[in-house]
Design a protein around this ligand. Structure first.
Ligand code: F6R
Length: 626
């Protein structure tokens, strides 16, 4: 939520900032803004800020900025997902302190901003926006004026008074050659240019990959002063010096472009066969004979005893990752015979849940930054449980807070609607359940080996499933009319029904509900009429005949059925108006295939409705506020 970019060095800052914002726009797109520092003309003269802000997208900001002098080698920029106040220009970042000395961009929420605002108002501070961010910059300004313009110290004193979450970048007019950044519970990365002669700031590493792969991830409550030609000066909120650890990020720049696709979402849907191969590389090992197949997960060795001895497993996640968690529950229960709960992280964190010290808490998150999931992890740690992260973004907060875990390695996911991360999460959960099941002796070796063979075949079967794209595109024309729809599935396909409904809702704005198919007759069936599309997941697995009975119940009420079926299925075709085929596979692997048509369907309906698929209204990719 909200994207921050900063640059200080010897290049022109503006193009770097704008391109960075474009790459971070998935984090929020209500408004955007940039501040370029202009040095004083003569030596010793105070510089100035050139600030451009606009409502809406970065493209609008770019057009506005074309009329301004945006030259300069230091600046900060922001793309906003509104929390406090409307998405109008006045509330857009950067915000400048009343004295005009400081400018700030901020991601997160200062929870006690109202009380600080009132205190500052009593001291004569006047506010031009409704944001908590303006309160923060005024508070920093207050300390800055009282401490002889020591920016790092002023930032530290101000942040010590704030509750909530923040990632900030602050610049000062009188000293235009550096940027001060800090974070707590919101991500912030500093990229180091060659010979430390330039620095890049961003909410994640994507905007800086073009320039550097050497990055420093700030930890909670750390403040960094970045100044070209000098090492990063890193301290904590208490003022103690902290160690700077440089990481090398391994992201290929081509992963950040649409690669010829009209939208990131479509590209990411089509990348899934390759993503799964990447996810399984070095982990799914096929032997010359099936009995030599193996799963290799280093995370399992790291915490072997705790994983094997865990009585309860609790999965915490939000949204699509929670749907993957529901599949994980079934996998672990089936293959490992361990009790598994799946919790919305947002509920878990406030519910005083029962967590034992010998429990394992699995946190699933694409971004690795979801505030509620992070808070759930904190709770698990307090209880002494082992935290096992299943994360996509390398070096993200959840990855760093976890005791151990598995990266899904599906590459950057930039479309706001999650697609390839979901299948990557499910694949990791399959591998984990298989490896753990074998270790526990709850899974027969033959079944283990056979499932690995099937898992390894999934990327090719995904490729085949994706060939239905043109057919689905045509089909989508019929379904754009709908204002409501139901998605029904059972067993492993029930979470897929939830995920399909979520995809439709979030990008096409059509109301959709996912249900276990048998639940339909306990209420939702009242909604069924000839205008109501009902999507059934009816692949050839356990409960297939029961699904068919559920379909007949819908048919008897004139419902319009679209069914996802296994190749060669004739029975469902007699009942459903439309069918989409997926290749046969094992029940536990079915979600990896059956979700693809639902992703494509949602995509094409949204495109046909002329909607912005990659940036649906009101959403943001990384939910760093609770
Ligand atoms: C839906 C979607 C969201 C996320 C949720 C959790 O397409 O992307 O529901 O799954 O916000 O995000 P992560 O996985 O980053 O924790």
């Amino acid at each position: 939520m909200c994207g921050i970019v900063g640059y200080v060095g010897n290049r022109q800052a503006f193009p770097i900032l704008i391109e960075g914002l474009e790459k971070l726009e998935y984090r929020g797109y209500d408004s955007a803004g940039v501040c370029i520092l202009k040095p004083g003309i003569a030596y010793g003269q105070t510089g100035s800020f050139e600030i451009v802000k606009s409502e809406g997208r970065v493209s609008r900001l770019k057009a506005l900025a074309a009329e301004k002098d945006t030259s300069g080698t230091c600046g900060i920029a922001h793309t906003r997902w509104a929390t406090h106040g409307d998405p109008c220009t006045a509330n857009a970042h950067p915000h400048v302190s009343m004295s005009g000395s400081l400018a700030i961009v901020h991601n997160g929420i200062i929870e006690n901003y109202q009380i600080i605002k009132e205190q500052l108002q009593k001291r004569g501070y006047v506010f031009m926006s409704e944001t908590d961010t303006e309160v923060l910059v005024q508070l920093i300004d207050y300390y800055y004026k009282s401490n002889g313009h020591e920016l790092v110290d002023a930032v530290r004193r101000a942040l010590s008074r704030c509750f909530g979450a923040y990632a900030i970048a602050v610049v000062e007019r009188e000293n235009p050659g550096h940027i001060v950044v800090a974070r707590k519970a919101s991500p912030l990365v500093v990229g180091i240019g060659a010979d430390t002669d330039e620095f890049f700031i961003a909410s994640d590493a994507t905007p800086m990959i073009e320039y550097t792969h050497s990055v420093v991830y700030l930890d909670d409550e750390q403040i960094a002063d970045v100044r070209p030609g000098k090492d990063i000066f890193l301290t904590n909120l208490g003022g103690d010096k902290a160690t700077v650890t440089v990481h090398e990020v391994d992201v290929d720049i081509s992963m950040l472009s649409k690669g010829g696709y009209p939208h990131f979402m479509l590209k990411e849907i089509f990348e899934q066969p390759d993503c799964l191969r990447d996810c399984m590389r070095g982990r799914v090992i096929l032997g010359d004979k099936e009995e030599d197949n193996r799963i290799v997960l280093s995370a399992l060795n790291q915490c072997h005893d705790r994983l094997v001895n865990a009585k309860n497993i609790i999965i915490v996640a939000c949204g699509t990752s929670w749907h993957a968690g529901l599949i994980g529950k079934q996998l672990i229960e089936q293959l490992c015979r361990r009790r598994v709960e799946v919790e919305y992280a947002s509920e878990f964190r406030y519910r005083n849940p029962v967590i034992e010290a010998d429990d394992v808490v699995i946190a699933i998150s694409q971004s690795g930054e979801t505030a509620d999931t992070l808070a759930a992890i904190e709770l698990a740690k307090q209880a002494g449980a082992l935290v096992f992260g299943i994360v996509n973004v390398v070096g993200s907060s959840i990855a760093r807070e976890s005791d151990t875990g598995i990266y899904i390695h599906v590459g950057p996911e930039l479309g706001v609607a999650s697609t390839k991360a979901f299948t990557g999460q499910v694949a990791v959960l399959v591998m984990l359940a298989l490896a753990l099941g074998l270790e526990l002796g709850t899974l027969d070796k033959k079944e283990y080996c056979r499932t690995i063979t099937e898992l390894a075949a999934i990327p090719d079967k995904m490729k085949k499933t994706l060939q239905t794209n043109d057919y689905i595109k045509d089909l989508a024309k019929i379904y754009t009319y709908a204002s409501n729809s139901l998605y029904l599935g059972r067993g492993y396909n029930y979470p897929v029904a939830l995920e399909g409904a979520l995809k439709l809702k979030e990008i096409s704005y059509i109301h959709a509900e996912g249900y276990p198919a048998a639940e339909m007759k306990h209420g939702p069936i009242a909604l069924v009429d000839a205008n109501m599309p009902i999507v059934f997941l009816a692949t050839h697995h356990q409960l297939y005949q029961k699904i068919i009975s559920n379909m007949r119940e819908v048919l008897a009420r004139n419902g319009r059925i679209l069914a996802i079926v296994t190749e060669g299925d004739d029975e469902v075709k007699k009942i459903a108006r439309d069918t989409i085929e997926v290749p046969p596979t094992l029940a536990m692997l079915a979600p990896l295939l059956s979700v693809l048509p639902l992703q494509m369907l949602a995509y094409h309906i949204a495109v046909l409705k002329g909607l912005d698929v990659d940036m649906p209204r009101n959403l943001a990719k990384s939910v760093t506020v609770e």
